[in-house]
Design a binder for this molecule. Structure first.
Ligand SMILES: Cc1cc2nc3c(=O)[nH]c(=O)nc-3n(C[C@H](O)[C@H](O)[C@H](O)COP(=O)(O)OP(=O)(O)OC[C@H]3O[C@@H](n4cnc5c(N)ncnc54)[C@H](O)[C@@H]3O)c2cc1C
Ligand code: SF4
Length: 350
């Protein structure tokens, strides 16, 4: 069993343009690295390693932050202590990993985090004993071993349901964030909610060689109440097994805006926009949650305890956690409702 880093060539560009040119030249045999707190543990497990790693650590353009625009290279510690940005983002950042890891970990690395699964985040030796899986080195899924294809049960060699585990993604989706990428084809900006789609391998729509440069928040995000709650075996160091981020705007006692980002229960974060305006555009998503099916009417209504109960029930009903991260799926499903209810009451009352 080896947990040593494999050999790779490290490149350290100092401008975005140089990093993009390097990525274009090296193609599929290169990965980006920011803080390295996700990539390097994965490399030590021999997970989808590459011959070249392009560090984004020395690119000053990625480290700028204002109240509404945050560079991808901003660290989690900096986010946690930035009082200009919405409270929910600070709370989510403050509950990621540990103080030491937050010093290195970045916003960009968090949003591009690899999905997690009990059968994937293991040493090469461990995975070898099971014959690997679809997400690395293998041809089958151990979580969903068979699927229904045209009425026939077949071995699942198609779909990975590894869990999306970034804490900032659901919170930022609730706050209506957009992401700007810079790549060989130039710059593009997408709604973060549209960016995430696909199964546990695909996970998002990043074009080859693209670097996440910054995340922008709409002006309204600075005027709403926002907060974050996570369930994890330990509140420190462990990844979320449920994450709930809420953006709430009240007009007197009535709900004017309510957006809930749910994390760690599917292959992507899931947005519940109670105004039903921000509906994910991805045409061919593997999304297993249907945020708008049976959604209660909330906008314009007084946010009573009863209405909060029905919002929490809706989120809980839709959530479909899989048995591939710690804690039983039925418990995690229930906690989606419990955390939604607690947080919504806190935001309403404070
Ligand atoms: C013990 C432990 C506990 C953890 N707990 C949590 C937790 O509770 N919640 C949580 O959300 N995370 C957790 N993490 C994961 C990780 O620490 C954080 O998500 C961190 O923010 C990742 O950032 P990074 O800069 O270190 O990413 P890196 O490891 O540098 O990169 C991660 C991925 O993003 C890509 N990438 C990085 N920056 C960019 C960019 N600008 N553009 C394009 N691609 C990019 C890399 O190629 C890589 O695929 C934990 C990690 C560990 C080791
Ligand atoms: S869910 Fe994905 S990572 Fe987990 S065993 Fe199946 S293919 Fe592998």
């Amino acid at each position: 069993m080896t947990m040593l880093l494999p050999k790779f060539e490290l490149h350290q560009p100092t401008t975005l343009a140089d990093a993009v040119a390097l990525a274009k030249k090296l193609g599929d045999d290169a990965d980006f690295i920011s803080g390295g707190t996700d990539l390097l543990p994965n490399y030590k497990c021999g997970l989808n390693t590459r011959g070249h790693v392009i560090s984004l650590q020395h690119i000053a353009e990625l480290k700028q932050a204002t109240a509404t625009t945050i560079g991808a290279g901003v660290t989690l510690t900096e986010l946690e202590h930035n009082t200009e940005i919405p409270a929910g983002v600070r709370e989510a950042a403050a509950h990621i990993a540990s103080p030491l890891l937050r010093e290195s970990g970045t916003l960009g690395g968090n949003l591009m985090l690899d999905n997690r699964c009990h059968f994937f985040n293991q040493s090469y030796f461990w995975r070898n004993s099971l014959g690997y899986c679809l997400k690395a080195d293998g041809d089958r899924c151990h979580v969903v071993p068979r699927i229904n294809v045209n009425g026939k049960s077949e071995l699942n060699n198609k779909v990975c349901v590894a869990t999306h585990s970034s804490d900032l993604a659901p919170m930022l989706i609730a706050l209506g964030a957009e992401a700007t990428f810079v790549g060989p084809a130039g710059e593009r900006t997408v709604k973060l909610n549209d960016f995430y789609w696909g199964d546990g391998i695909q996970r998002f729509d990043r074009k080859p060689g693209e670097i996440l440069a910054k995340v922008s928040l709409p002006k309204w995000a600075l005027g709403v109440r926002s907060g974050w709650k996570k369930l994890a075996p330990r509140q420190s160091i462990d990844f979320s097994v449920v994450g709930v981020g809420i953006a709430l705007e009240l007009d007197g006692k009535k709900a004017k805006r309510l957006r809930i980002g749910l994390g760690a229960v599917d292959t992507t974060p899931v947005l519940f926009d109670f105004a039903k305006e921000d509906v994910r555009k991805a045409a061919d998503s593997y999304l297993m949650v249907h945020p708008y099916e049976g959604m209660p009417e909330v906008i314009g209504k007084p946010l009573t305890d009863e209405l909060i109960d029905s919002v929490a029930t809706h989120v809980q009903t839709q959530a479909q956690p899989k048995l591939n991260v710690p804690m039983a799926p039925d418990y995690r499903k229930k906690m989606c409702g419990v955390l939604t209810k607690r947080l919504l009451k806190e935001l309403r009352d404070n």
